[in-house]
Design a protein around this ligand. Structure first.
Ligand SMILES: [Fe+2]
Length: 425
């Protein structure tokens, strides 16, 4: 658990303690400090980008950076200020339509694939919107009556965790846009994918047993991590290390992308439709030749594929096919969580999200948050797969062992990789 503890320091993690400290000035101060810290991190990630960088939408699943900055602000306005700050007036009545994402209960909204066409409001107007809402939120936290403080801090906490999720999307959506640019733009020349804690091989064996999984402490979690419940786990072995680029090169060399017997039917159809022959953002160094030397587009621009690094930007379909080729499986999310709680996994956090073979479904006894925020997670619990851990793009203080990320099986623009599992013979 050392990885988690080391990532839970600083003002952002102060938000995680708010539910226990909601009766006085300390909790107000801690909330304001956490709020400022998280809001500033969004701006820090956007700061190197030009106005043009911030308006482009390279595919329907990705959103413009300017939209992320405005949407996270609308979230506080819609779900915190409007219901809780008496007399609050929206910064601009048009913004709810432009910057609502998918909350049906919050009213009509602009079509997601057309977010890149919102050239106005300008970036400067979005900055003013953020400043307006920031001031109002801080005023609310400072002045709300004690009897309502807990309710306010709960929504602040959700809003901050929501904004941290968008901070990760800022980097992944930007990388997708930059990868479409023939000039291979550089976001941060010093950016590198972490290697993990150590060179780790082999499998950790989990004995068969009934174990408790799901959120189990007093800190913040999303509703989809609850309730904690018992699950049958094992017997199974979980790989201590992540699958590497070097191993993926072996998969490619063995015809991995050309052998239908390795693929789920939907996955094989996707390989054909998309023309996949390597992970996302990989490009042959000699585009006209047939050598197996690859470059990869990263936040540091185009760099050679490093065989020692964990493989990244693979879909669930690819992860599943690789596991089948290797004679292994993907772990279930319960297996992953039990192994991670035991501190047995290298690079469980902070490198790449790890696909599991678990469908994204409600835990037994799951109840969504009441009201419009109940749309946050629950309505997406079909047709997606769970990823565990966190990635190099996940903000500090936003990592938990019970965290459930989820994406559709073909998605690969996130920082997604895998570790393997094996069953006893
Ligand atoms: Fe959102």
């Amino acid at each position: 658990m050392a990885q988690i503890a080391s990532m839970s320091t600083g003002p952002a993690s102060a938000a995680c303690a708010l539910r226990e400290r909601n009766d006085g000035q300390d909790s107000r101060s801690a909330s304001i400090a956490a709020f400022r810290h998280v809001r500033a991190e969004t701006e820090r990630r956007a700061a190197p980008l030009s106005a043009e960088d911030q308006v482009v939408q390279s595919m329907p699943d990705a959103s413009p950076i300017k939209w992320h900055r405005a949407h996270t602000t609308w979230f506080f306005e819609q779900f915190l200020l409007v219901p809780h700050l008496a007399g609050y007036r929206a910064f601009d009545e048009r913004f709810a339509f432009l910057f609502n994402s998918y909350y049906v209960a919050a009213g009509p909204r602009h079509a997601r694939p057309k977010r890149g066409l919102i050239t106005r409001p300008s970036g400067a107007e979005v900055a003013a919107y953020r400043a307006h809402v920031d001031a109002a939120v801080e005023r609310l936290i400072a002045d709300v009556p004690a009897a309502k403080l807990a309710d306010v801090l709960r929504v602040v906490e959700i809003g901050l965790n929501h904004e941290q999720q968008h901070q990760e999307l800022i980097l992944t959506d930007l990388l997708h846009a930059f990868a479409e640019n023939p000039d291979n733009p550089v976001y941060d020349a010093a950016w590198r994918l972490p290697r993990g804690d150590k060179e780790t091989r082999g499998f950790v064996d989990l004995a068969e047993g009934i174990r408790t999984v799901g959120h189990q402490d007093a800190g913040f979690c999303f509703d989809n991590e609850e309730p904690a419940h018992r699950a049958l786990v094992g017997a199974v072995g979980i790989a201590r290390g992540l699958v590497t680029n070097g191993e993926w090169l072996e998969f490619i060399a063995d015809g991995g992308y050309a052998r239908p017997e390795l693929w789920l039917s939907d996955g094989w159809a996707t390989v054909a439709a998309e023309g996949w022959s390597a992970p996302g953002y990989w490009r042959r160094q000699d585009e006209d030749g047939d050598d197996d030397c690859w470059n990869v587009m990263t936040l540091a621009g185009l760099v050679p594929v490093d065989p020692a690094l964990p493989v990244c930007h693979v879909s669930y379909y690819e992860a599943d096919a690789f596991a089948r080729w290797a004679g292994k499986h993907l772990p279930s999310e319960a297996e992953w969580e039990v192994a991670a709680r035991g501190g047995e996994l290298d690079a469980a956090f902070g490198v790449v999200w790890q696909w599991t073979r678990s469908a994204y479904a409600p835990y037994p006894g799951y109840r969504p948050v009441e009201g419009a925020l109940g749309e946050y997670n629950g309505k997406f619990m079909v047709n997606q797969m769970v990823l565990r851990g966190s990635s190099c793009a996940t903000p500090h203080g936003h990592t938990r062992v019970s965290y459930r990320n989820f994406f559709y099986p073909p998605a690969r623009w996130q920082f997604t990789g895998l570790r393997l599992a094996e069953f006893p013979i």
